[in-house]
Design a binder for this molecule. Structure first.
Ligand SMILES: Nc1nc2c(ncn2[C@@H]2O[C@H](COP(=O)(O)OP(=O)(O)OP(=O)(O)O)[C@@H](O)[C@H]2O)c(=O)[nH]1
Length: 400
């Protein structure tokens, strides 16, 4: 890894030039409505060789995932965004990996240690206090049974009334047809009783499976669920599917997408990132929750796991350095003004053409960007300046 700029990652940012800058970001006053416009504009990034190359490789997968966001009528379903912390409920059959996912993502348990997890017999909750507070709960199989065959005294209000999303964990390394049946019953129950709750399916334990088998399983599960929901009169129920494993970055990427749907600030954050990317010719930009490695927003260009992996690993480096040199301030810091902001830029490939740029927004939120060939990585001042404006805008969004 070659560091291009000698400044320490925790060094103070350069003071923006006082005179007017032709590259200055212009934020429309109605930030919340700007994202749809920005996302339809073509950008020079699209010519980038890396984007093109990886785009060809992953188009089939991306299509498959995107299709799941559309209902049968062809209109995109609006995901429900609400105020407050994202609340996630994990459901699934026995030993499907519910505790493992919750503990790896929110409690930073090492994936290898999940081998020794005991069976869950009651509702287990885990909260993670970071830039936003993530609340999650794992429902034991007995509750899953109660949902699919409800007893008269079953108090589903207490469990589901505050939830933002239900995540169904489907173990593809096991016999999964029974799990699909319970999943459909749960989806129908939620569609009828709590239609505002997002329903997400993690096609889980995909590590060690061939690409062909993964794709086939993914397609089969999606088709079966959609068919059965349509037969039951809920064909318009939007269900999203993700291939996940705790042994790679896929679980964090999937969790990021689930969480984003619950953030009311998402359109504003996306609009800011789109503008930053087109102004500074950035290939991909992510806003990371530094502690959880969940990204809260990204720009509209195609997302690839490789970009996410590089940025996520870089967040790990930032966290390690911050832990060595001291991490000031605890708790929810969304209101902090971002004092002690640091930024850095490194090249991570052999050719030296691809860079990762990182900038702290505050102690718990980081902007991480990937820049390919043809980017303006050599114009560091321009990037710093525009990132500074984005920084201020983000702090305003979260102060509202
Ligand atoms: N290969 C693989 N194994 C996994 C993955 N996630 C979890 N496991 C394993 O699956 C087993 C069961 O995991 P748990 O998290 O205990 O499953 P659970 O659904 O909480 O189990 P119950 O509480 O008994 O219902 C453990 O041995 C985990 O190591 C994964 O992504 N890949």
């Amino acid at each position: 890894m070659r560091t291009l700029f000698s400044e320490n990652i925790l060094s103070l940012s350069p003071t923006p030039a006082p005179q007017s800058n032709p590259f200055e970001l212009l934020f429309p006053s109605s930030l919340s409505t700007a994202s749809s416009t920005a996302s339809t504009q073509s950008s020079p990034r699209q010519d980038d060789w890396l984007t093109q190359h990886v785009q060809n490789q992953h188009r089939a997968d991306a299509d498959a995932v995107n299709q799941t966001s559309y209902v049968s009528s062809g209109h995109r379903t609006q995901n429900v965004r609400r105020k407050g912390n994202p609340k996630l409920l994990f459901m699934g059959s026995r030993r499907s990996g519910k505790s493992s996912v919750q503990k790896v993502v929110f409690q930073k348990l090492s994936p290898a240690d999940t081998l020794f997890l005991e069976s869950t017999s009651r509702i287990e909750t885990a909260n993670m206090h970071s830039f936003i507070t993530f609340e999650s709960a794992e429902l034991p199989t007995s509750i899953v049974t109660a949902v699919t065959a409800p007893a008269p005294d079953f108090d589903h209000q207490a469990i589901f009334s505050n939830a933002g999303a239900v995540i169904w964990i489907l173990d593809v390394q096991d016999e999964y047809l029974t799990s699909i049946t319970s999943m459909i019953q749960t989806a129908v129950f939620l569609a009828e009783t709590y239609p505002r709750i997002n329903f997400e399916v993690f096609i889980h334990k995909t590590d060690g499976l061939s690409d062909e088998y993964k794709y086939e399983t993914f397609r089969e599960v999606r088709q079966r669920v959609q068919d059965e929901l349509s037969d039951l009169g809920h064909g318009d129920r939007s269900v999203s599917y993700y291939q996940t494993s705790i042994f790679d970055h896929s679980i964090f990427e999937a969790m990021s997408k689930v969480v984003q749907k619950l953030l009311p600030q998402l359109p504003a954050m996306e609009a800011l990132l789109n503008k930053l990317c087109s102004t500074c010719r950035i290939q991909k930009a992510y806003l990371f929750d530094t502690v959880s490695k969940i990204y809260l927003a990204t720009d509209a260009s195609p997302s690839f796991l490789r970009d996410y992996e590089v940025c996520s690993d870089y967040v790990d480096v930032i966290v390690d350095i911050k832990q060595i040199y001291g991490w000031h301030g605890q708790g929810n810091s969304s209101q902090e003004d971002g004092g002690g902001v640091g930024e850095s830029m490194v090249s991570y490939d052999r050719s030296g053409d691809t860079y990762v740029y990182a900038r702290e927004i505050n102690n718990y939120l980081s902007l991480i960007c990937v820049m390919g060939r043809g980017s303006s990585a050599d114009k560091r001042v321009l990037i710093d300046y525009n990132a500074g404006i984005l920084h201020d805008a983000l702090l305003q969004i979260f102060k509202v």
